[in-house]
Ligand binder design. Structure first.
Ligand code: SF4
Length: 454
């Protein structure tokens, strides 16, 4: 029994990619809310559906019989930021179950912020934006239902640490170790991003950036290491360590006993070799860059405020200090042409990143990209979305047909696999190389046949 049940809508098995990758992280934003509620004296239970199905939520309702239920999507999790329809379906089903059980409900998350009307209903409070304080006010008796615009936090100092003890951490550890041979925990040091890439949706934090004090982050890491013994961390920040003084302090704290980590950064922050070196000394083992494209004209169209040359420099600098590099790449951004796609292929061939993630450009409401991509279309922003993160459907009028982008993705994957095996031969890479080598000319021919018309 509990007065208040805090739940999140991400169930790994609902998204084929998440189910296949098996890289679960506890929902940080949801656990922070649970911890804030606990600190305020509420009797709180947590429903963590990561390894279950939505039906398990019904059992949690029956077990706890809460008067109030918070159904949240974690704004620190990439796939929930993509506002996939599987998460919306899960959240709506959970809201309906909670209402049927007689509970008052509050609902929040990236998709909720974009489309509050979809979630509105009797006895439902819908939060647009950063949800912690709104949930606290609601739990404290604020009875107003309907759509509520949250007031953003000006500082993260004093924010409760996630209630890590409320999830089945051994199961997370076991899943990681069994599938990846290592145990990776996620941690957030900041919220938001101040950059302006015009396809990047910012429904929760807007174009704002707030960062936790490095000392607080390091104290939490020490606690997590003592309690759960992770092998490494994944910093969920949109961009890790944007501020040089912050990185300097983190490095000071971590220098004696750094914990390995993976993170996301920007190429322009890494053109200075000293930053790459400090990241490595702080524990960075893998850095993902939003490289997006090997064409400067596409990067300009995205307002990326970065260049291909910076991607090259960042790659050189990270590699020089032994840090693995991942590239997020996009295909199909408005204005991209056949020659630009080939530039991206050449960039992957020449830089041979250690990992790539390729998707077609995915417009989300509230962005310049959405406005451009959907201009002249009658698309309903509330219904246009991918069902799962593997969908890769081009949702707008593009110059080339869908099979062109499918083939271009395969070419990029083959280029990456072959370039990687040349740079760092591994048994697995060598075994897979013939398959990629056979695939490459077929897909490259499809790209040529489908793309040369323009
Ligand atoms: S740097 Fe990354 S998180 Fe920031 S606006 Fe650009 S794409 Fe978004």
């Amino acid at each position: 029994m509990a007065d208040l049940l805090v739940a999140h809508s991400l169930h790994l098995r609902m998204d084929p990619r998440a189910a296949a990758e098996q890289q679960p992280h506890p929902p940080i934003g949801v656990l922070v809310t649970a911890a804030e509620l606990q600190r305020a004296g509420h009797d709180v239970a947590v429903y963590d559906g990561t390894f279950g199905s939505v039906d398990d939520f019904q059992a949690a309702l029956a077990g706890h019989r809460p008067r109030r239920v918070a159904v949240l999507a974690d704004p620190h999790t990439i796939s929930q930021k993509m506002c996939l329809s599987v998460w919306r379906d899960a959240a709506l089903a959970m809201v309906a179950m909670a209402r049927k059980a007689g509970a008052d409900v509050i609902v929040a998350g990236p998709d909720v912020s974009d489309h509050p009307g979809v979630y509105a209903g009797d006895r439902v409070t819908v939060v647009v934006g950063e949800h912690d304080d709104a949930v606290l006010a609601w739990a404290g008796g604020a009875t107003a239902t309907g759509v509520r615009k949250a007031t953003p936090r000006s500082t993260l100092a004093g924010l409760a640490r996630p209630a890590w003890e409320r999830v089945d951490m051994p199961r997370y550890a076991e899943t990681w170790r069994r599938t990846h041979g290592t145990w990776e925990m996620a941690l957030a040091t900041s919220r938001g991003c101040p950059y302006r890439c015009n396809w990047c949706a910012k429904p929760t934090w807007g174009r704002r950036y707030t960062v936790r004090p490095a000392d607080d982050v390091w104290a939490e890491i020490a606690e997590l290491r003592a309690r759960y013994r992770p092998d490494r961390l994944w910093f969920t920040d949109d961009i890790f360590a944007i501020q040089r003084p912050w990185l300097a302090r983190y490095l000071e704290l971590a220098a004696a006993d750094p914990i390995p980590f993976r993170c996301q950064s920007r190429a322009d922050l890494l053109v200075d070799p000293a930053v790459a070196r400090d990241l490595a000394r702080a524990g960075a083992r893998e850095v993902w860059l939003g490289a997006e494209s090997g064409s400067d004209s596409v990067l300009r169209a995205m307002d990326k405020d970065g260049t291909v040359e910076e991607i090259r420099a960042a790659t050189r600098n990270l590699r020089a200090v032994g840090v693995r590099i991942g590239f997020f790449l996009q295909l199909g951004y408005p204005g991209e042409r056949y020659a630009d796609v080939l530039s991206t292929v050449r960039m992957v061939r020449s830089l041979a990143p250690d990992a790539i993630g390729v998707s077609v450009s995915y417009p989300l409401p509230g962005t310049v990209f959405w406005d451009r991509a959907m201009a002249g279309h009658s698309a309903d922003p509330a219904s246009e979305r991918w069902s799962g993160s593997m969908e890769n459907r081009v949702m707008f009028q593009s110059p080339y047909p869908q099979p062109f982008y499918d083939a271009a993705r395969e070419v990029l994957r083959a280029e990456h696999a072959l370039a990687s095996v040349v740079r760092t031969p591994t048994v697995r890479g060598l075994l897979r190389a013939p398959w990629h080598a056979g695939r490459w000319p077929i897909e490259r021919a499809r790209v040529w046949a489908l793309g040369r018309v323009l």
